[in-house]
Design a binder for this molecule. Structure first.
Ligand code: 5GP
Ligand code: MN
Length: 339
């Protein structure tokens, strides 16, 4: 059920043992919002534990208390009276789901979150969940310390591509300004997040070599197989290397993380990739979305490229003639209703 921000704040006020979590494959916004909430609610005297069912990419240790985020152990239980789910619907928190049966309070900025589970405060105009958390703290008259501000700023900066993407609004920049006033040093955060080892740059280069164009260049894809994946700390940022290709309306990255578990990230300059992701069981934003396809890389790739093509034809981004300019995947063998 959808609720307002003041109602969300009052639910938090009345809870004492709070489990805070966010999505698997955590990004800066997921981790930043969890860590900001962890600190603020603790300062209010509440018992708070942070769980995310994944490893935390090392660059995010720029955020204070990042080491406090736990990954749930098998059969672990946590005695909570509220589960706060941030930056995703509760269907993408992995094994954290099994830790407690506490009521769910969900705070998110994803347009695809419909609030089917628990109480939801969603603001799809917010650039980041961290922007909503900032408003929540104001609503609660919470003190925003420098440590809290660093977490919120990191989430805001990463979800907006450092204030470059179209989700950057005047309110986003005002929030960022207040966080800087609270003590954030933007250059230090950028430097830490940009850091790469020499080996990571070599892997980036290997990943770039896998780049292929589809549909006459309107779609571009990068493929990380399990061998390459075993060498990377995170795939974060890889898609940014190819989404800039001038001909591309849609960029995607497929990572086979485990046998028959292919993670898909998509980016666009306007094509509603959230709708494409939804067709494949995922979701996200208009210009940044993702899903998981439980197939081998070859099959996942075929399914993904077909689904992107179908959506683009239906919505006028592609003409059937674009199919003639194909690469890799035998699109002729597929059934396109509109062809
Ligand atoms: P990324 O490509 O950075 O993993 O994700 C891009 C955006 O899409 C993020 O806002 C992320 O939360 C959302 N997203 C990615 N994968 C999924 C998914 O499987 N389900 C849903 N609902 N959202 C996703
Ligand atoms: Mn987010």
């Amino acid at each position: 059920m959808k609720i307002t921000l003041p109602v969300a704040a009052s639910k938090i006020r009345t809870a004492n043992n709070i489990l805070v979590t966010a999505h698997v494959n955590p990004d800066g916004d997921a981790i930043g919002s969890v860590l900001a909430v962890l600190q603020v609610l603790r300062s209010m005297g509440k018992d708070v534990a942070a769980y995310i069912d994944d490893k935390i990419p090392k660059n995010f240790s720029v955020m204070p208390y990042a080491e406090e985020i736990r990954q749930p152990r098998e059969d672990e239980k946590f005695d909570a009276d509220l589960m706060l789910v941030l930056d995703t619907a509760p269907d993408r928190i992995g094994a954290v789901k099994n830790l407690t049966d506490a009521p769910i309070l969900n705070i998110d900025h994803h347009i695809t979150n419909k609030g089917d589970e628990g109480d939801l405060y969603v603001d799809a105009d917010a650039a980041a969940t961290c922007e909503i958390i900032f408003q929540l703290f104001k609503e609660m008259h919470a003190e925003i310390t420098t440590n809290v501000a660093v977490c919120l700023y990191t989430g805001l900066a990463t979800d907006t591509g450092f204030f470059n993407y179209s989700n950057t609004k005047p309110a986003t920049l005002r929030t960022a300004a207040e966080l800087v006033e609270a003590g954030v040093q933007p250059n230090l955060i950028s430097e830490q997040l940009e850091k790469r080892t020499f080996q990571e740059i070599q892997i980036m280069s290997a990943a770039l070599q896998t780049t292929k164009l589809f549909y006459g260049g309107k779609v571009v894809g990068m493929f990380i197989d399990r061998e390459l994946y075993s060498q990377v700390e995170t795939t974060e940022g890889l898609i940014d290397l190819i989404r800039v290709i001038d001909s591309a309306d849609v960029a995607f990255l497929i990572t086979e993380k485990e046998q028959k578990v292919c993670r898909v990230s998509m980016r666009s300059k306007g094509v509603e990739v959230s709708s494409i992701a939804k067709r494949l069981g995922g979701g996200g934003h208009v210009r940044a979305a993702g899903c998981t396809i439980y197939e081998s890389m070859d099959v996942a790739k075929t399914i993904l490229i077909r689904t992107i093509g179908e959506f683009m034809i239906e919505n006028g981004y592609l003409r059937p003639a674009d199919f003639e300019n194909r690469d890799e995947v035998d699109l002729a063998a597929m059934n396109f209703e509109n062809e």
